[in-house]
Design a protein around this ligand. Structure first.
Ligand code: NAP
Ligand code: MG
Length: 497
């Protein structure tokens, strides 16, 4: 493997620019960028090779913490998607017949290579997406490797996952992912598809292509047969072309509810299988018997983790009336200690908002909340003058009819409501178009079980929040989509019987 590794580095050497140059205004460089190399231009990964887009068009990918360009990225179109799907379709002939234990070896290898390059992945993820380096390093990258390890383990045990049902792969999986967990979402999608013997065409989000392309380099080095995984960067039309391609047999989409609805319409009447992981607006519920200090940490983690760019973020806080004043006071104090700023700094809690467009959307909702009459609280923290940043924000005194309560903001903005009885909070928590996740904080196990059975959501965290593991299924109800990813459930969308 060492020789292939050297070969790759050598091959890309002429167009390499150091991460340091991008961060030259940052002193001292908080996370050392030694040995991390970025190309100035990235091509599409089709049939095991990096190829130029047929249109020859490229677009700029930027660092949201500086607003500056990092590299040029290929803008794939319908024709590139066609080439990628054809390569995946051809590769399926052999990959689907490859012995499961052989398939597992490749997936294990990819997992190990992600671990070996963990620092590189973490730095690139933070540069391209804006999330804090602590999060990229401690959560996203290790979890991505763990997803590959976990599904590698299933590859030769599918008969145990589906006893007496003789599971078979489906064919070409078209996978479309968002910008909030770029590497992790790629892992969630690719690992189970490979373990079950399918081949893949993945379309990363327009603003965050770089870690998916780094993964492509690893996949190439791992020796995975050509065409088994193809990665085509581009815009929404590129995703639409993938959805509409007749040789794609399964669509796995994570993204917004409007695009999810569009996809459902586009494939109506076809035999394509589909899973949709869409938006959310989760209730985080604090009862008066909860350990309050822990709950405050859970509230902060629930909404400010990853700048609130989290589909399952605890964005609607419900506090039992008799402890509301105490919880809000402690929450405000805690928010004053949060550090907003340079995502590459290990002390940063809230990094950069992913794009100007997303910052505009969040600011629009912050204005709207004030217009709707809710009381706003933002700590007096400083935020960088360049790049895209947003202060952690609370809205107190909100009600069910407020748009800031009903609509997904996808930023560090929390709405607060109070409640008296358990029936009331269940009713309010469920009275929303989404149904992805929820949190409950209480000392009583019986209350937890009562809520887990009555909340119409895919995931309920009890006395914790935003915890992820490859072994547990994740997915939603209602407008949060359908199908599950993760765990043994995550194999089902990739097999037929
Ligand atoms: P998005 O606009 O729906 O985009 C998601 C992906 O779909 C991107 O790769 C996008 O490409 C592509 N796309 C856009 N238009 C398309 C079309 N017509 N056909 C096919 N693909 C198309 O969502 P986003 O703004 O990137 O991500 C934020 C949303 O994702 C939030 O609503 C969040 O809740 C949701 N999300 C859900 C989960 C979950 O597991 N439930 C997890 C993470 C995020 P471009 O980037 O080029 O537009
Ligand atoms: Mg989009």
């Amino acid at each position: 493997m060492a020789t292939t590794k050297n070969k790759i580095v050598k091959k890309s050497a002429p167009q390499v620019s150091s991460v340091k140059s991008v961060f030259q205004n940052y002193a001292p460089a908080p996370e050392s960028s030694d040995h991390i190399q970025l190309k100035s231009q990235y091509d599409l990964f089709i049939n095991g090779k990096f190829v130029k887009p047929l249109s020859k068009e490229y677009y700029d990918t930027i660092n949201p913490a500086t607003g500056k360009k990092i590299a040029s990225v290929a803008k794939g179109n319908e024709k590139d998607i066609d080439a990628a799907v054809k390569s995946a379709n051809k590769a399926f002939e052999t990959w689907s017949k490859t012995a499961p234990k052989e398939r597992a070896k490749y997936i294990y290898r990819i997992a190990r290579m992600i671990q070996e390059r963990a620092r590189e992945f973490a730095v690139i993820e933070t540069m391209n997406g804006g999330k804090s380096i602590r999060e990229s390093r401690d959560i996203d990258v290790p979890l991505a490797a763990n997803h590959f390890f976990y599904y590698a383990g299933w590859a030769d045990k599918l008969e145990y996952a589906f006893p007496n049902r003789n599971p078979k792969p489906i064919g070409v999986a078209g996978q479309i992912i968002p910008w909030n967990f770029p590497l992790l979402m790629a892992a969630w999608k690719i690992a189970p598809a490979l373990a079950t013997g399918n081949t893949v065409v993945l379309k990363p989000a327009e603003t965050t292509p770089l870690t998916a392309l780094k993964l492509a380099e690893i996949i190439q080095e791992s020796g995975l047969p050509d065409g088994v995984v193809n990665i085509v960067t581009g815009f929404g039309d590129c995703g639409a072309a993938l959805v509409n391609h007749p040789q794609v047999n399964k669509i796995a989409f994570t993204g917004s509810t409007p695009v999810g609805k569009y996809i459902q319409k586009a494939i109506a009447g076809t035999s394509k299988k589909v899973t949709l992981e869409l938006g959310g607006k989760a209730a985080n519920i604090i009862f008066d018997d909860a350990p309050i200090d822990q709950a405050v940490e859970g509230i902060v983690n629930g909404i400010f983790f990853n700048q609130g760019h989290v589909c399952c973020a605890g964005s609607r806080l419900f506090i039992q009336e008799n402890v509301a004043e105490k919880v809000i006071k402690k929450l405000k104090e805690r928010m004053k200690t949060l550090i907003v700023g340079d995502p590459m700094d290990k002390n940063t809690d809230i990094g950069a908002i992913n794009s100007q467009a997303q910052l505009d959307k969040i600011n629009h909702y912050i204005k709207l909340g004030q217009k709707e009459g809710a009381e706003i609280f933002q700590p007096e923290c400083s935020i960088p003058s360049h790049g895209f940043f947003c202060k952690p924000t609370l809205f107190i005194g909100t009600s069910q009819s407020h748009r800031i309560v009903q609509e997904e903001i996808f930023g560090p903005v929390l709405t607060i409501q109070t409640f008296r009885t358990i029936e009331e909070v269940i009713e309010k928590a469920n009275n929303i178009p989404y149904g992805l996740s929820a949190g409950v904080w209480t000392d009583k196990g019986s209350k937890i079980f009562n809520l887990t059975s009555k909340l119409r959501v895919g995931v309920v965290w009890a006395n914790t929040y935003n915890k992820f593991d490859p072994t547990s299924p994740f997915g939603g109800y209602k407008e949060s989509g359908f199908g599950r990813e993760g765990g043994v459930h995550g194999l089902l969308p990739y097999v037929k019987f």
